[in-house]
Each structure stands twice: as C-alpha cells, then as structure tokens.
Design a protein around this ligand. Structure first.
Ligand code: NCD
Ligand code: ZN
Ligand code: ZN
Length: 358
C-alpha cells in the first residue's frame, strides 16, 4: 500500500443547504460527507433559504451549523440586490468572504447590474476576499471592479477557454485574482448529457471538449489556483422532475478524481494536493492546526457508486467512473475523525475558522 498525507484539505465552495432546505441536505449530513471526502473544512455559500444576507440570518445559520458540524467550516455572506451593504461592518469578521452572484443560478441572489456590483465592491472591506459567480463576459465586468478597487477576488467554477484567457491577462496585469475549477468541468463535457441527463445539469453548464482542455492546460500553466467541488446537492426526486434544479454533489469524489488524473499523467501529485490544500490556505490566510491531515491510499482503485456516498442526496454525476485514491484516515486538531468507513467525530465538533461563532 502506498499512502500519502495531505495537510489541511479545504473545500471553499460548497452548498450545505439545511435551514429551510434540510430535505436536500443538512449541515450534519454534508459535513460528514466532507470528512469522508478527506476534508478538514468546508465553506458554505449564502444562497440558502433564507439567503445569508443580514446579520440576523447569518447568526441563525452560524448557531445551527455550529451545533451540527462534524468538521471545521466557514460561511460566506451574500451580496443582496436590495442593498445590504449596511450589514458589512458587523459581519465581516465572522465570515470567510462576500459572495456575489452575477449570473442566475439556484436561489434568488443575483446582481446583474454593474452599478450595484460597484456599490458592493466599494462597501466591502479588505479584511476578507470577494468570491464571484461570473460566467463568460461577466468575468470581464468583474475584472473592471477588481482593477478599480484592487480587492482580492476569487473567481469560482471557471469553465471556459474565454474565461481562462481573461483571467490569464488579469494575472499578467498583476490584479489580485485567483481561479477555481470544478471536477465536473474537468471530467465531464456536454457530450455526457445524453447519458446523465439532469444529473449533469449545473451552473456553469457542462462545456465543450475544447473548453475542458483549456482548463487542463490552465492547471498545467498555473493559471488555475485551486480545485473546488461546488458541492450542490438536490434530491433525486428534484433532479427527475420536469424542471430539474442546477447543481451536483462533489465532496466525496473530488480528491479521488484528481488522484486518478495524477495516475493518468495529467498533472503531478504535488500540483493536485496543493490545489486542494496549501493554495486554498494561502488564499484565505488560514493556518492549519497541528495534527490536521488526511491519509490516502493512492493505489486503491474503486468505482464511484451511490450506495457508498454519505451525502444526503444519494447520487453522483460521476457514478460508474473508476478512481484511484481511497481516503483511509482523516485527523482534525489531533482527533481522528474518519477511519476509512466510519465518521468518528461528534455532532458539533466543528469550529468556525473565521472569528467567533456568534
Ligand atoms: C449551485 C446551487 O445549487 O446552489 N448550483 C450550481 O449549479 N452550481 C449554485 C451555484 O454555485 O451557482
Ligand atoms: Zn455559482
Ligand atoms: Zn456553487
């Protein structure tokens, strides 16, 4: 058995649901899924029901996740269409960042007017970064604001050649930007939709083979900083409905898929592990506590099957794919929280990585 140790794995882009959307997933179920996927910590997005857009709703969510999380975590605050910038001062230290939705997706947070985006950029603080959902030309609109305000901005789920080109130029220009890509855009394309149907339905949508190749090239050239799952569970019933919602789960498949890519010679082991740990820690300025690591058997090969997943939604767009790399131990702050089969931490064990809880 060949094992590797990865220190402080973080997924900075997850939708853990809960609150009014507990039927999709809960803070308890999805933080267990995170541990089974090898993660120390996960950052949760604000497009919940209710949306995380004022101090009171943030405190309600903080209290609920604090009671239920099995691993460490962080929460994003959401920029709201009805100007909520007066809340920023009170909440900035409790969150991992501000999330701005610039194109429509699951939930009702959307800022599609450049003037409103400008207001949020102006009013936010340098204490935390801004993470953006921006697709296609919208990436260029956000880059204008980054140039104007020089605020650290993370571009989530980048999926096209055009977006990569814009961000490459932004990096060459010296703008404070970072780039995340998701396994579904690396391992699936629009050609897979004929077999997986709504289970391959997400925002940004699956793209062409040329776009997919541009992402792999950008991993090789260093334009991509991190791998994020965009774990976005919806129930099987919802996915099978006439109007399936956008989003796919990914917490338990991200590391194994990336390690399979290493085995296939698509990237080095160091690059793969940096993109799920060190690079993320550096972007969010996080120190990993002692004895916080994941042990992976890199030789164990298996097939992704829904019955082996912990996520409450109980399916994966990657079902049937063979991956290499089995997570056999996870340790957080000196406590073993996973033994390869069972979650060993207790409900509420997880800490907020950003400030005090309430
Ligand atoms: C996400 C969700 O379901 O919350 N859906 C998705 O398709 N990625 C929202 C998002 O990340 O845009
Ligand atoms: Zn998004
Ligand atoms: Zn998302």
């Amino acid at each position: 058995m060949a094992t590797i140790k990865i220190h402080g794995m973080i997924d900075p882009h997850t939708h853990l649901r809960d609150l009014d959307w507990s039927h999709k997933a809960t803070f308890a179920s999805e933080t267990k899924a995170a541990i089974a996927g090898g993660y120390w910590a996960v950052f949760d997005m604000p497009n919940t029901s209710p949306s995380t857009i004022d101090a009171e709703k943030l405190d309600t969510k903080l209290a609920k996740i604090n009671e239920n999380a099995y691993c460490d975590w962080g929460l994003y605050f959401g920029a709201s269409q009805a100007d909520n910038t007066d809340q920023y001062k009170a909440i900035v230290q409790k969150v991992c960042g501000l999330k701005i939705y610039n194109n429509s997706t699951t939930g009702d947070l959307l800022i599609d007017n450049q003037e409103d985006r400008d207001t949020h950029y102006h009013e936010w603080s340098d204490e935390r970064l801004i993470a953006v959902h921006a697709e296609d030309e919208t990436v260029g609109d956000i880059l204008e604001l980054v140039r104007k305000y020089n605020r650290k901005t993370h571009f989530l789920h980048i999926s096209t050649q055009l977006e990569i080109e814009l961000l490459k130029q932004a990096k060459e220009e010296g703008l404070p930007v970072t780039v995340g890509v998701c396994p579904h855009h690396l391992f699936l394309t629009e050609d897979d939709l004929s077999t997986i149907g709504a289970y391959g339905h997400m925002k940004p949508e699956l793209k062409t083979k040329a776009d997919q190749q541009a992402l792999w090239n950008a991993i090789e050239s260093g334009i991509v900083d991190i791998i994020e799952s965009d774990h976005a569970p919806h129930t099987i019933e919802e996915k099978e409905s006439a109007n399936p919602p956008y989003g796919v789960p990914g917490l338990e498949t991200t590391l194994p898929l990336m390690l399979q890519a290493v085995k296939d010679g698509r990237l080095t082991l160091e690059r793969a592990t940096d993109m799920v740990s060190t690079n993320i820690q550096n972007i969010w300025n996080i120190d990993v506590p002692a004895e916080t690591y994941t042990v992976v058997d890199t030789e164990a090969s298996y097939t992704i099957e829904r019955q082996n997943l912990h996520t409450k939604c109980g399916w994966s767009p990657f079902e049937g794919m063979t991956v290499s790399g089995k997570i056999i131990e996870v340790w957080i702050r000196g406590h073993q929280v996973y033994d390869g089969e069972q979650i060993l931490s207790k409900r509420g064990f997880g800490n907020n990585l950003f400030g005090t809880t309430i």
